[in-house]
Each structure stands twice: as C-alpha cells, then as structure tokens.
Design a protein around this ligand. Structure first.
Ligand code: GDP
Ligand code: MN
Length: 349
C-alpha cells in the first residue's frame, strides 16, 4: 500500500467546536470522497453545502481517494473549505485494474455489446473500476481504519436542509448501520447475473442471511428474482462494520471472482444494497427524511412543510422522488411499517 500523500490537520484551522464540546462525545467518523483531480470544481460545491449545513458545527474529517495522485491545487482547495482534518489517499494499482482471473477479451466484447445497447457507462473501463472499488475496497483503505462511520459525498450533489444534530452520533445512538435518501430499481442490463450469483452465495453460506432481513424489499417473490430496488449509494451514511464483516468480505470475493464487475457492469449501489438488505437486521437500515438531497436527476425534498421550515430546506417538494411510483422508498416504509412524512400522499403519482 502506498504511503499517504498528505494530511492537513484541522488544528491549523479556526473553529468553535461548540456542539462537540457541549455533548462531549466525538464520533470516529469521516466524510469520504472518491474523485479525480478534474472533479475538483464540481466537488467544491458539494463540500461547501455539507459544511454549511452540517460540518461547520462538527468539524469531522474528510478522506479523499483517487487512483492518481491528487494535485496540489486539489489538496489546497479542498483543505481550504473542509473544517475538519483532510486526508488524501492513493489507491493501490491492484484495486484499480483487471484482476488476473478476468478474461480481458470477454470483457471487451461485453463493453462493445453494452455500447450498442446504449447502456449508461456500458463501454467505460474506469467506471467499472470505480464500481468495483466502491464495492470492495474504499473501506479497506488504511486512511479509513480509524473510523467507525462514514458519509460518502460525490461531486455536484446538493444538501437541501440544515442538519443541526450530530448525524453520526444519531446513527450510533439509534443503532443504525446503513442509511439512505433515494431508492430506485437498477437497469437490468447492467446486472443480468448479479442475482443468480448472489443466490449461489447464499446457498453456500446460509449463515450470513439475517433472520430479520429486508429480502422482501429487494425481491417480490421470496428471493426467486431481484426486483432491482437499491439504495442510491452516491449518498451513504453507514457503519464501516457493515463492509468489514465476514459476510460482506466473502460476498464481495464471491462476486469479484464471478467477474460481473467487468463482464457486466455491476454497480456498487445494487451490491451494497443487496448486502445491506440480506445481512443486516432490517431495523438498522434508515431512511433520512429530514436531510434533503439531490444527485442528478433525483431529488429528496421533505414533503412536510413543517419539516422544511424547521430545517430551513431550500427545495421544491413537487420534485421529491421519495413517493413517486418509480421509487422503492414507499415499499420500504410499507414492509417496515414505519410512518411516512405528513402529506406524502399528495406527492405520489
Ligand atoms: P455516477 O454518479 O454514477 O454518474 O458516477 P460519477 O461520475 O459521479 O462517479 C462516482 C464517483 O466516483 C464520484 O465521486 C466520482 O468523482 C468518482 N469517480 C468516477 N470515475 C472515477 C475515476 O476514474 N477516478 C477517480 N479517482 N474517481 C472517479
Ligand atoms: Mn455521481
């Protein structure tokens, strides 16, 4: 593993630390962003919003990961606006290249076919490395070792509402392991054999299936087929233990050996989601309905006006995706029997 490139301590920055000081407990938590140097300008807007809405009160660290060394410009600009300590990590080459068991010609043919079928990112090699990295490796980066929770942030996202409480502490206090803001079904053309590969894993390792799992949310026929429902992983606040677990490590290895990250175009979102749905107790998975989030092309905007006012949200509830027919979020509420935001039915279609 290559040495860490750099680290800019928060101690060098002015801050108040009021909220952390007042409740006394600081979580072992960090933001984490995978990015290219060329993502800098789209990323700065994301960071600014996360800082303004949340982190300027808590000063959590921010880990940046890249398959290329970060430029000085990238490090200077991001360190200038993150209120916590910033850390910059290089991804080892073996985690961002074709494993030796992959038939490159077969992979190239698959990309060609997907290009013809106009599958989004169907012909991209780096996108596949990205999906495999976010599935199997970001949580193993040495810079992540000291943390218990993370919040994943991507370029060009928006946070619509104030988060005036320590959201990491909230996760821990409420025994939540994985959280999301947006759900939808995956394009089937990107995952033709993901479910069969998963079923094979479960058959060989039935002990990993949680007794109180969310199978009902991802399968409409008791596990026979996958309905495609997934948590959109460009937003994730989660416990790193989910991925550090024996169940997930073995599941990832099983998927990786099957080759679907390259022969198909398996996304980290369905991979994370299937694992969370099968290996976690269902009540440890949480929908945040008070954060407000956007990643092109979907919005999460709290539909209850009281929530929007209390949290100073700046979004249009008409654009909220949560209760629309294509979203899987209503089903999540139904099967878990949890209450929906007031007035949700006025925003369903
Ligand atoms: P989309 O949201 O599925 O359209 O994919 P993105 O282009 O947003 O990529 C997902 C995340 O991976 C973002 O945080 C990107 O900055 C990052 N990313 C994508 N491709 C690469 C790459 O080739 N190298 C690096 N270092 N990061 C990448
Ligand atoms: Mn993105």
């Amino acid at each position: 593993v290559p040495a860490n490139e750099a680290s800019v301590p928060a101690a060098a920055k002015p801050k108040t630390n009021e909220n952390v000081a007042s409740n006394g407990e600081r979580m072992k938590a960090t933001f984490v962003t995978l990015a290219r140097n060329s993502d800098l300008n789209s990323l700065l807007g994301s960071i600014r919003q996360v800082e303004d809405r949340f982190n300027s009160k808590f000063h959590y660290d921010w880990v940046f990961l890249n398959d290329q060394p970060f430029s000085d410009e990238f490090k200077a600009a991001t360190s200038a606006i993150v209120s916590g300590t910033t850390k910059y990590g290089l991804i080892p080459e073996e985690q961002w290249s074709f494993p030796d068991w992959i038939d490159k010609e077969k992979a190239a043919l698959a990309r060609e076919q997907m290009k013809e079928q106009k599958v989004i990112y169907g012909d991209s090699i780096p996108y596949r490395h990205m999906c495999r990295y976010e599935s199997g490796f970001f949580w193993r980066h040495p810079l992540m070792d000291e943390y218990e929770y993370y919040w994943r942030v991507e370029p060009d996202i928006k946070i619509y509402c104030d988060i005036d409480y320590d959201i990491f502490k909230w996760m821990k206090d409420n025994n939540k392991k994985y959280s999301f803001t947006i759900t939808l079904p995956e394009y089937k053309a990107t995952i033709p054999t993901l479910w069969d590969t998963t079923k094979q894993f479960i058959k060989e390792n039935p002990q990993f299936l949680n007794d109180n799992n969310l199978m009902e949310w991802i399968s409409d026929d008791k596990g026979e087929t996958y309905n495609g429902c997934h948590f959109w992983s460009n937003f994730e606040i989660a416990s790193l233990d989910v991925w550090r677990s024996e169940a997930y490590r073995k599941y990832f290895d099983h998927l990786d050996k099957a080759g679907g990250f390259f022969y198909e175009r398996w996304g980290d979102a369905p991979v994370h989601s299937i694992a969370a749905a099968l290996f976690l107790p269902r009540d440890t998975v949480h929908f945040f309905n008070d954060v407000g989030y956007y990643h092109v092309p979907f919005h999460n905007c709290p539909v209850d006006p009281e929530v929007r006012l209390a949290k100073k949200c700046v979004c249009n509830p008409q654009e909220d995706f949560s209760w629309k027919g294509y979203s899987c979020t209503a089903k999540f509420h139904t099967i878990n029997n949890v209450p929906r935001l007031k007035g949700w039915e006025n925003f369903a279609d």
